[in-house]
Design a protein around this ligand. Structure first.
Ligand SMILES: O=C(O)CC1=CCC(=O)O1
Length: 262
């Protein structure tokens, strides 16, 4: 376990693999922590330097008071990359993690080898939609909307398996409400349409066919902005790294080979 402090916020970071290995930096989604990648990692090539972290307000990182803004979340990711001396990064971003990846790729192209956009878009939802969610969270907490969120996260097969679902429900509902709300505010204010259109790094995008949050059509639109290859993961929802880690692992492995990273 490592920590990196950015703007006074201490972030929990996990690093695995050889010091000189090709770097893959993962950023997870709203209401999840870095364990969201656990099932995927065995499907990636050996020898990678795998770096995962909990964004502010999630997992074992500090939880500043809401609201957060996307610029700060991008600065946090940059602080981790610079603080750990990461170079030639392939960044894998899930949902809000993909927004952070787009922001960092635009700000620091010198750090990047490529970008994987997983169930994310240049703009997710509308400011009004996020404000409604924030208001509901302030009233009822995350538990009050957990069923609705899990319906977007997972396809019916997983949703109907209470035992398989339980750890992910716990991960979601144990997220500090302040951290969750802070990140909702950051998503509400983020629109990377123009900067993502201008990206020059190789980009690959994917979406679960059953994603009720960032639908395949939405993700495809962002992929087209930056000439990214686009893949639909059949039978998966918003977190295909959980529901279809083998398929996602194969796609990322191919991308790492195509970009000469491995
Ligand atoms: O709608 C959801 O809860 C899923 C989601 C949107 C942005 C994110 O990171 O997760």
């Amino acid at each position: 376990m490592k920590t990196v402090t950015s703007n006074g916020v201490t972030l929990h970071v996990q690093v695995q693999g050889p010091e000189t290995g090709p770097v893959v930096l993962f950023a997870n989604s709203l209401g999840t922590d870095l364990r969201v990648w656990d099932l995927l990692l065995p499907y990636l090539p050996d020898g990678l330097r795998i770096v995962r972290y909990d964004k502010g307000g999630h997992g074992l990182s500090d939880c500043p008071a809401a609201p957060y803004d996307m610029d700060t979340l991008v600065t946090d990711a940059e602080a981790i990359a610079v603080g750990l001396g990461l170079k030639e990064i392939v960044f894998v971003g899930l949902s809000i993690g993909g927004l952070i990846g787009q922001g960092l790729a635009a700000r620091r192209p010198d750090l990047f080898r490529g970008l994987v956009l997983m169930d994310t878009a240049a703009r997710i939802g509308s400011p009004e939609m996020w404000q409604d969610r924030i208001d509901a969270l302030r009233t009822g907490g995350i538990a009050s909307m957990a069923d609705a969120i899990l319906d977007r996260w997972f396809a019916p097969e997983m949703r109907n398996d209470a035992t398989r679902l339980a750890p992910w429900r716990h991960m979601l509902t144990r997220t500090p409400v302040e951290g969750y709300i802070g990140c909702c505010a950051a998503i509400a204010g983020a629109d990377f349409t123009e900067t993502t259109r201008a990206l020059t790094q190789p980009v690959m995008a994917m979406a679960g066919s059953e994603d009720g949050s960032t639908t395949p059509d939405l993700v495809r639109t962002t992929a087209e902005l930056c000439n990214a290859a686009f893949h639909v993961i059949e039978g998966a929802g918003h977190l295909p790294c959980v529901e279809a880690p083998d398929t996602v692992g194969a796609l990322i492995s191919d991308f790492l080979k195509e970009t000469g990273h491995v």
